[in-house]
Design a protein around this ligand. Structure first.
Ligand SMILES: N[C@@H](CCC(=O)N[C@@H](CS)C(=O)NCC(=O)O)C(=O)O
Length: 205
């Protein structure tokens, strides 16, 4: 399989980390949606990452659907989101919150770093930053069984991976927004996850 996109995308990174954790071998095609647009367009016409190209040539886009495909390929105990029931809904919703945090961090980044300064609309940027923090605060406020269970030996879930990846990315693009004491429980999750081989082998930078 080939995974297309850079690890500075939280969506690409969460797929790559998950693939490593689940033992999938893949070739990483390190193309940027900005710096390598012509090359990217040839293999990925929508120029959205991640894209996973299966060995039969099938092209999968949208990180949640890619991860769902991968979960369907492993033994039930190696799934990162349970196959059904309340546990599935709970992990999916935790992922959705972390994905909103990541999405809002991306939007604020695009608006402040990719546009010429005179085209930045500050109220929109502030709205995105506020929504990013609302999402991280919701994760931070989750009760113990939903957050940090992995630190006590529970199996890692997609909510852990996506939450940790989202925080790492958001801090990278908006460092001033993340003093160390802002989300102490998420920081604990992040430190734990970022020290795992699957994360270390998938560096953001
Ligand atoms: N919902 C998508 C989001 C993917 C996404 O927006 N990726 C960004 C990189 S972080 C991208 O492709 N940006 C280029 C663009 O939007 O044109 C997913 O989860 O895969």
């Amino acid at each position: 399989m080939k995974l297309i996109g850079l690890f500075d995308s939280p969506y690409v990174r969460r797929v790559a980390v998950s693939m490593r954790l689940q033992g999938f071998a893949f070739e990483h095609v390190a193309l940027s949606v900005f710096r390598h647009i012509d090359e990217m367009r040839k293999i990925n016409p929508l120029v959205k990452v991640p894209m996973l190209v299966l060995d039969n040539g099938e092209q999968l886009i949208e990180s949640s659907f890619i991860l769902d495909y991968l979960d369907g390929e492993v033994a039930p105990e190696r799934r990162l989101i349970p196959a059904s029931g309340a546990a599935r809904r709970r992990i999916q919703q935790q992922c959705a919150i972390a994905l909103i945090a990541a999405e809002k961090a991306v939007q604020a980044y695009y608006d402040t770093q990719l546009r010429p300064a005179e085209f930045t609309y500050q109220p929109w940027v502030e709205r995105c930053v506020g929504q990013m923090h609302d999402a991280f605060a919701l994760i931070e406020a989750q009760p113990e069984p939903a957050l940090l269970a992995v630190l006590s030996g529970a199996a890692i879930t997609q909510a852990d991976i996506t939450g940790a990846v989202a925080l790492r990315f958001a801090r990278y693009v908006h460092p001033a927004q993340f003093p160390a004491d802002r989300y102490p429980r998420l920081e604990q999750l992040s430190s734990y996850c970022e020290a795992l081989p699957a994360f270390l082998e998938t560096p953001l930078e």
